[in-house]
Write a protein that binds this ligand. Structure first.
Ligand code: PMP
Length: 359
């Protein structure tokens, strides 16, 4: 894609590509960390009924504050949180862009640790926020002394930590998070898009919200709730932080249809989350199988696994596509990421990988 020169786009956007994984129509799609299980017919019917009712009032703007939804999300998160602590938008992508609109901007800096989610530099670019990336350790954990030194030197207005991290699956320990919180002068965002998939004993940053007023924890319904198509991301933070975000949000940014959909899904939380345990076991089995075959496997607390090394990862990726299995060519050179699908999908992945890369 190339934007013609007569289009007066901002100079720094010239030559940029729209973000997105390839959407290739193949039988087994394990490339965007979606939940392979859709809502049950009962949950889908309940969501559809909620949307039907909302449709009768589509002549009116929706609840600008999405209060009922924020209350329901606070109830789901627990930890004593209320609607005032919760903010929601169209995917955690929008939540994070709003965070940079409020806390980043010209003359301000956002800092993260690579390899990490590749949208962060794009939110920075879109909001004119300076982007600084430190490096993770070889095992993809945060290098605490290096992180502390970088934060002290750069004085970032926003720090993005990701736990579990995408694309590595690495979770953040309480000690690492506390060390960052101690030196970070601005807001610290822990992106917990995959939190529900974490292994037993891995903490959530929600536990620290009480004592850390500049901590923001973002979540999404896209993964564990199997609602990627519904576009609902949210965060928990001090109510004063939420009020700051309300200044930059567009009025009525969350449509009545989105609010009804998310509320409908939340009524089926137990059912939707029932599959998470299954996906966690399949993840652990997949990691073990890959390790048995001699791959390096990044320890994962998420619904995907990063494995390597390949001298030509693109050839392997392509060989899998040829066999109807789409995974993701992402992260450090030589590694590939596979999202966890159904047992049948993982069988197809294993068969295709053995063919493409016999060992
Ligand atoms: N954060 C991370 C780490 C992600 O991997 C993703 C989705 N791939 C998101 C945020 C955004 O998810 P959504 O906008 O669907 O909530």
């Amino acid at each position: 894609m190339s934007i013609p020169s007569w289009v007066p786009i901002r100079e720094e956007l010239r030559g940029e590509e729209p973000y997105g994984a390839p959407q290739i129509d193949v039988p087994v799609r394990l490339n965007t960390n979606e939940n392979p299980y859709g809502p049950s017919p009962e949950a889908a019917a309940d969501i559809a009924e909620a949307v039907r009712q909302a449709a009768l009032e589509l002549n009116r703007y929706p609840d600008r504050e999405a209060t009922a939804l924020r209350e329901a999300l606070a109830g789901y998160l627990g930890h004593g949180l209320t609607a005032a602590h919760v903010w929601a938008a169209n995917g955690s992508n929008e939540v994070m862009q709003q965070i940079l609109q409020a806390f980043g901007g010209p003359g301000r800096t956002v800092l993260s640790f690579a390899p990490t989610y590749s949208m962060y530099p794009e939110y920075a670019r879109n909001t004119h926020t300076r982007w600084v990336a430190g490096r993770r350790r070889e095992d993809f954990a945060i290098d605490v002394p290096a992180a502390v030194a970088l934060i002290e030197a750069e004085q970032p207005d926003v720090v993005f930590l990701t736990s579990p991290n995408n694309p590595t699956g690495t979770a953040l320990g309480a000690d690492e998070l506390n060390a960052v919180l101690k030196v970070a002068p601005g807001v610290v965002v822990v992106d917990e898009a995959y939190a529900e998939f974490r292994r037993a004993g891995t903490p959530t940053a929600l536990e620290l919200l009480d004592e850390q007023p500049r901590l923001i924890v973002t979540r999404t319904m896209s993964k564990a709730f199997a609602l990627a198509g519904g576009r609902l991301g949210y965060l928990a933070a001090d109510p004063a932080i939420v009020d700051a975000l309300r200044i930059v949000r567009l009025p009525y940014h969350l449509s009545a249809v989105t609010q009804a959909t998310a509320l409908g899904a939340l009524r089926h939380t137990d059912e939707l989350l029932a599959r998470v345990d299954e996906l966690r076991s399949t993840r652990d089995e997949t990691s073990a199988w890959l390790a048995d075959r001699g791959y390096d496997v990044a320890a994962s607390d998420a619904n995907f696994v990063l494995f390597g090394h390949f001298t030509d990862r693109h050839a392997v990726w392509e060989g899998l596509v040829d066999r109807g299995v789409l995974i993701r060519e992402v992260g450090p050179d030589g590694w590939l990421r596979v999202s966890i699908g159904t047992p049948d999908e993982m069988r197809a992945f294993r068969t295709a990988l053995m063919e493409v890369d016999p060992r």
